[in-house]
Design a protein around this ligand. Structure first.
Ligand code: MF3
Ligand code: CO
Ligand code: CO
Length: 261
């Protein structure tokens, strides 16, 4: 029961895996349009990861997951399984990419807007991204782990949104899911301190309505019980001696690569 501190070599390996995961999101962006099916998105990502990146799509066969990426549309919270359904104008979709390169995992996801999206849906997407960034800004050595969730929950509450509790961020490295669990809400008992060399994801799922989830019979897909919208963004983050480094940062993000120098 302990959080691993990554060596300099591990960190270099994680930088590479995380950069590849981020590049998959950049690559797939122009394809996310009305009319494409989520299994076509899965196929394009799979082929890019395997044939161009010479990496492994971590979800494929992970605990029986049948596809290479997760696609979560509208009221789907997370772990949506790519399938034959076409995206339509007004949809919001999370694409979650995890690649394994030289034994290291890089994990990141973002929301895409399909065509003209209603203002309330766009706001949920924007606020969820802001909440993730506010969580990331809490990361520095000596900070309590639960400050991340506190910052995320505070931001979501301002808009009367709710934070999903059943799924959380996670340590990551040679394993897909390592300690610690990174909750996206404030848990007073979670007062362990961050140390330089820890690597974990921050991946808040925020609901437009109530926080409660319902699992579909496929055993993977989590949806909102009230069928209102849900959004999620995810980055893999390294604790540095002075703050943090977002290992899965994309070029489009003006958000700083490091905080506090
Ligand atoms: N990428 C997801 C995460 O952020 C996990 C997906 S597990 C899968 O932790 F099996 F559904 F792919
Ligand atoms: Co993750
Ligand atoms: Co992920």
């Amino acid at each position: 029961m302990s959080i691993s501190i990554k060596s300099a070599e591990d960190i270099e390996g994680m930088r590479v895996a995380c950069r590849l995961a981020a590049e998959v999101l950049d690559m797939i962006a122009p394809y996310i349009k009305a009319g494409i099916t989520t299994e076509e998105i899965d196929r394009i990502c799979h082929d890019f990861i395997v044939n161009e990146q010479h990496a492994i799509p971590a979800p494929l066969n992970y605990k029986g997951f049948p596809k290479s990426i997760c696609t979560s549309v509208n009221h789907v919270i997370c772990h949506g399984i790519p399938g034959p359904k076409k995206l339509k104008n007004g949809d919001i979709i999370n694409v979650d990419i995890t690649v394994i390169k030289d034994g290291f995992h890089g994990d990141t996801s973002k929301m895409f807007l399909v065509g003209q999206v209603k203002p309330y849906a766009r706001q949920l997407v924007d606020v969820t991204r802001e909440a993730m960034y506010l969580g990331i800004r809490e990361v520095r050595p000596g900070a309590a782990l639960n400050r991340i969730g506190a910052a995320i929950e505070r931001h979501a509450s301002k808009y009367n949104y709710s934070v999903v509790r059943e799924f959380c961020g996670h340590g990551i490295g040679r394993e897909f899911h390592e300690e610690p669990q990174v909750l996206h809400y404030f848990e007073p008992k979670l007062d362990i301190r961050l140390e330089a060399g820890m690597i974990f994801t921050i991946e808040p799922m925020i609901n437009q309505g109530k926080r409660h989830i319902q699992m579909l019979s496929d055993g993977w897909t989590a949806v909102t019980k009230d069928h209102k919208l849900s959004a999620q963004w995810e980055h893999t983050v390294l604790v540095t001696p002075t703050g943090y480094e977002v290992l899965t940062l994309r070029q489009e993000e003006d958000f700083g690569r490091t905080e506090l120098g």
